[in-house]
Structures are given as C-alpha cells and as structure tokens.
Design a protein around this ligand. Structure first.
Ligand SMILES: *[C@@H]1O[C@H](CO)[C@@H](O)[C@H](O)[C@H]1NC(C)=O
Ligand SMILES: *[C@@H]1O[C@H](CO)[C@@H](O)[C@H](O)[C@H]1NC(C)=O
Length: 436
C-alpha cells in the first residue's frame, strides 16, 4: 500500500510537471535554434580558451565552459562560480535548450536564435596583426554566407529581422566604420548584412536600434530556491560597516600606462583620492588582471559590508560590478546615465524607477563642483537607505542568471535570461509595425 501510494504520488508529480510544460502558452513565443557548423560556436570556444590571454583560466575546462558559468569557487558552495562574463554566449545557448517553447520546425517559429559566439569570433579581428591575412572588415561575413546558402528560406522569411544573438562584449567592440581601419572594433554591427538582426549585449550604444542591453553574467548561480532565498536573507541582514566601496581595475588609467587614459579628467581618480584620504569610509578593491572574475569572494564579501557601491564609467560606461553589487544588496551609485539608466530598460525599469534603488551623482558635481561623494551619501537618511536596499534586493530575482538544470521552484522565478527572451520576442514581433 505504502509503495503503491508512493508510486502513484511519483506518477502524479510526473504527470503534473508534464502537463505544466505542455500547457505553457507558447503563442508568440516559439523559438527555433538555427543549426550552425561548429566553426561558429563550439570550435571557437575550444580555440580561444587554449590561446587567448583575455579569457580567464577557468575557461580551460571545456566541459564547464559550454555551460558558461565556470567552475565553483570552492567545493562546498552551491551558488558561487568563477564566471567570466564573456561566456554568456555559450551560457545563453545552453539555457535556451531548456526553453519550453523551442520548436524544431523554423516555419512555426516567432524568432530564430543564432548560436553564433560573436564575441569569441571577434577576437581574431580585434587583435589581428597588421600583416596578417585577416580581412579586418570581414567580421560575420562567413556566417552571412552560410545563412543565405544553407536553408536560405529561413533568412528570407524576414530578411533576418526575426533573428537574434547574444554577446558578452560591448556593442562598441562591433561598431567600427569600415572606413576607419585604425580604430578599435570590428564592423559586425556596421555591416548591412546584419542591420536587421537583434543583438543582446551587456552594453548598448547611445542610440541603439540593432541591440538591447541585458545584465552582465555574474558569479551567482544558486541551484535551488532555498539557496537563493538564504542568500537574499544574508544580504538583507549583513552588517554594513563601510559607507562606500569601489572595485576597479587598479589605478592604471591614471598612471599613464594605458596611453591616452593618462591625462584625461577622470572620475575614478577623484574616487581614489577620496578613498585614500578617508579609508574608514571607503573600501577599495583592486580588480586588475581579472583578479575579480577569477575570485568573486574578493569583492562580494566587501560588497556585503558596504552600504553604497560606486560605479563610475571607465573605458566604457557600464560595468559588471553594478550587478555583482546589487546581488550583495549594495546600493549602486551612478555618475553617468549611460552606466545603467540608458541601458537595462527590460530589467531595471524605466527612468522613474531608478531613485527607488540607486543614487545618481552627476560626475560634473564631483569633478568641477568640488563636492565629496562621502558627504553626499552621508546625508541620506537611514530610513531612505533601508528602503533603497529593499528595492535593490527585490530586483535580484530579475538580474541574476539561473544556471541550467536548476530546481523547478527556482525555475518558476523569471530571471535575467527569461526577461531577455521575453523582451527580444516582443521586439521582433513588433518590428514590422515600427518600420511603417
Ligand atoms: C533587411 O530588411 C529589409 C527590409 O525588410 C530588406 O529589404 C533587406 O534586404 C534586409 N537585409 C538583408 C541583409 O537581408
Ligand atoms: C556591526 O559592525 C559594528 C562595527 O564594526 C560592530 O560594532 C557591531 O557589533 C556589528 N554588529 C553585528 C550585529 O555584528
């Protein structure tokens, strides 16, 4: 009897989960994953992890890199990984394989996913030697040839307007004009061949029409809902003894080692000066040489103990640290609207939502107005700080990336990946009407 009821319970649970999947409403949500030769994804991962100094050593484990999250930080953790955010390309691909509305026939799809690891492929163009045989204006053209020659009807349906792909690199890395061969970047986004395709990226340009920014891939990938909630509780109760924190890639850009960065007026330099003179109010974390993505504990622990995390723009306006900090319940302080407000509209809400969970200090106020960041932050009431921290923690479910194979309870939460897919489907569906 006991066995029987156990058995029927198992069966019930099984039937229930099957019916949940099949009753999922897939209207306008069907995705077809375009089949690409390995030269456009798997091979790139192999080749780059063996030869490329710009990826961290964790990607030397191909079986882990396919999942994109890297190895665990230590054996006993169930939530923390040495994640290189560039590897969102294979990560997203892997997550999409679990997507409930995948279709095997492209004709019934609302959108087509291109599992092309565009950022990994860009390296051979970005770091091409001058006398090499790489056509520096050729990024993506071999893919395009494949797309219009192999099952050409898939591309022809909408001239690529229903295709999307994801990258771990900034759009700036792909938006050089073909005429300016000396400048940084590949020509991928400037090639008419790809004008119609949607790119999901951690950093969009100011007036993007091809791309949309989605959160950086962080190191936090809890396996179950309870582990997720435990972390949020910990961040909620954490003793925040430091007013503010800055985790940055060293003082290099102020020291002249990186060329042009040496003499420009620099908000980062102001932050270093302030933190040096008031170490009791400010924690500095040195993240140079990939020290932080290899060892997230270096910054997550201090972020748990800081009230505010400073996010000045650097070489580019956005930073992975925005998302690391929020996961630790550290209230973000922005100095430039391009750091988040003009980027993550699908995940962090509209302009009006920002004052609920973040502080904005125009960088000019610090650079030219003679104001101290600590003075401004110190004047915010404890009550407001508490409210803001609650709002930050409420956003964590929508900005972290669940890893593949998470528990069903955790899957019920819509994470950064789910919101990105919702957004891209909407963008693709409404594209034609926008063109009119
Ligand atoms: C992009 O879409 C436009 C408008 O539908 C179409 O004319 C053009 O051929 C498409 N581009 C490519 C490369 O297919
Ligand atoms: C929080 O930190 C302060 C200062 O470091 C310390 O005095 C206090 O006892 C701590 N509180 C808790 C609950 O740990």
């Amino acid at each position: 009897m006991g066995l029987l009821s156990n058995l029927s319970l198992t069966l019930l649970v099984f039937l229930f989960s099957v019916s949940v999947i099949s009753s999922e409403d897939c209207t306008n949500r069907r995705i077809y994953i375009r089949k690409l030769p390995a030269q456009f994804n798997g091979d790139l991962l192999h080749r780059q992890t063996l030869t490329n100094p710009f990826l961290s050593p964790n990607s030397l484990f191909p079986h882990l890199s396919f999942n994109g999250i890297g190895p665990k930080t230590h054996k006993r953790t169930h939530s923390w990984y040495r994640t290189d955010h560039h590897l969102i390309e294979p990560f997203f691909h892997r997550r999409l394989l679990e997507y409930p509305c995948l279709v095997s026939d492209h004709k019934s799809a609302d959108a087509i996913f291109l599992p092309y690891y565009v950022g990994l492929d860009s390296l051979r163009f970005l770091y091409a030697s001058e006398d090499g045989d790489v056509d520096v204006n050729g990024h993506g053209l071999d893919l395009f040839q494949f797309l219009i020659n192999d099952s050409p009807e898939i591309w022809k349906r909408r001239g690529g307007a229903d295709h999307f792909l994801v990258t771990g690199r900034s759009s700036w890395d792909f938006s050089r004009s073909p005429l300016n061969k000396e400048e940084w970047g590949t020509t991928f986004l400037e090639s008419p061949e790809f004008f119609n395709v949607t790119l999901l990226t951690p950093e969009a340009r100011r007036w993007p029409w091809q791309e949309q920014a989605i959160p950086y891939l962080t190191s936090f990938h809890p396996a179950s809902l309870i582990r997720f909630q435990n972390w949020i509780t910990r961040a909620h109760h954490s003793n925040r003894s430091t007013l503010m924190l800055f985790a940055g890639s060293g003082r290099g850009s102020g020291g002249g080692a990186s060329g042009s960065g040496g003499d420009k007026i620099n908000i980062r330099r102001s932050i270093y000066e302030e933190c040096d003179s008031q170490p009791e109010l400010c924690t500095l974390i040195d993240c140079s040489n990939a020290k932080c993505s290899d060892e997230p504990i270096r910054f997550i622990h201090p972020m748990l103990h800081s009230t505010f995390c400073l996010h000045p723009p650097g070489d580019t306006p956005t930073r992975r640290g925005v998302f690391d900090g929020m996961i630790a319940g550290c209230i973000p302080v922005f100095f430039d609207e391009m750091t988040a407000k003009k980027q993550y509209t699908w995940h962090l809400g509209g302009d009006d939502d920002y004052e609920d969970f973040s502080v904005f200090i125009p960088k000019e106020d610090i650079l030219f107005g003679g104001q101290q960041i600590a003075d401004i932050l110190g004047k915010i009431t404890e009550e407001s700080v508490g409210r803001m921290r609650e709002s930050v923690l409420k956003l964590v479910p929508t900005i972290f990336y669940r890893r593949h194979g998470a528990s069903p309870e955790l899957k019920a939460n819509r994470d950064a990946f789910d919101l990105a897919v919702d957004g891209v489907l909407k963008k693709i569906l409404f594209k034609p009407s926008m063109d009119i």
